[in-house]
Design a protein around this ligand. Structure first.
Ligand code: FE
Ligand code: FE
Ligand code: ZN
Length: 278
């Protein structure tokens, strides 16, 4: 059974998101922990969380994915901005400890002119500092498109970050299909080859979630423009192979396509039918 959901607005709280998810046929969802551009998170609403946990239990929502604000840059040249990324993530992870089994995804960051090596060491440093708090939530590094000086385009860069984390038991990877395709990994022509490469460089047991998006641009464009499922350069046939692949099909899938709720509902139905057909 395909586990699938989409990105939802968190402005009305957890219970509201879970109800929305169930309404569109999803059994999981992703959300921003706060305004995606950063800023303060809302007051933690424990009554909402209790109601959410009860509703989620009744409706088979077992695991959800929180997404850090994408403006955080754990490898900024500015020490103040690195500290801000660290503090924001600690605050988010503290909140998420109220939601057992949740995962937390973030963009590794952009090194700007410092170089990949310096960037990787800053990101690993931050994760090491975060680990000292003993948070229970699994942290996912997202595979990136390689726009500008983004770190995390290549599996080697992600591996290097993990290698520099002292205790990496709670570090995983979220594979974004638009980003890896945009980053130059041919998941259309050679999905098995890409996953073999992932296995040999990172190890497939690190893979914990998939962002399932089509791409407006061709292989290796480094542009990061998501498209609706089947309407971009990845295409339906490739998505059928992705949702049924023995190395992927057990993972939770999250749509981040340009859609309203009705559009997400259609894509969830479509992907479920593709998964079922195999
Ligand atoms: Fe993301
Ligand atoms: Fe993504
Ligand atoms: Zn993206």
């Amino acid at each position: 059974m395909l586990r699938i959901g989409c990105h939802l607005s968190s402005s009305k709280g957890y219970l509201a998101m879970a109800k929305e998810a169930v309404k569109i046929g999803a059994d999981t969802f992703q959300f921003f922990t706060r305004n995606p551009r950063g800023g303060k998170a809302k007051e933690l609403d424990l009554a909402d969380i209790r109601a959410y946990l009860e509703f989620a239990g009744e409706h088979g929502i077992a695991q959800i994915l929180a997404h850090a604000p994408y403006t955080l840059n754990a490898c900024s040249a500015d020490g103040g901005l690195r500290q801000f990324a660290y503090e924001t993530m600690c605050d988010d992870l503290g909140r998420l400890s109220h939601i057992p089994g949740s995962m937390y995804n973030f963009h590794p960051g952009s090194h700007v002119k410092q170089g990949v090596k310096v960037g990787i060491s800053y990101i690993a440093d931050m994760l090491n500092r975060i680990n000292q708090h003993g948070f229970s939530t699994t942290i996912l590094l997202e595979t990136m498109a390689g726009k500008g000086s983004e770190i995390g385009r290549s599996f080697e860069e992600l591996r290097a970050i993990i290698d520099n984390v002292e205790d990496s038991r709670r570090i995983g990877i979220c594979l974004d299909t638009c980003h890896v395709f945009d980053g130059g990994y041919d998941i259309v022509g050679d999905l098995d080859g890409v996953l073999d490469e992932f296995e040999s460089i990172i190890g497939v047991e690190r893979l914990r979630a998939v962002h399932i998006n089509d791409s407006k641009n061709p292989l290796g464009s480094h542009k990061d423009r998501h498209e609706k499922i089947g309407e971009g350069q990845i295409g339906l046939d490739a998505f059928m192979h992705i949702v049924t692949h023995p190395r992927l099909r057990h993972l939770p899938f999250y749509l981040e396509t340009p859609n309203d709720l009705a559009g997400y509902q259609r894509e969830i139905e479509l992907l479920k039918s593709l998964a079922f057909r195999q």
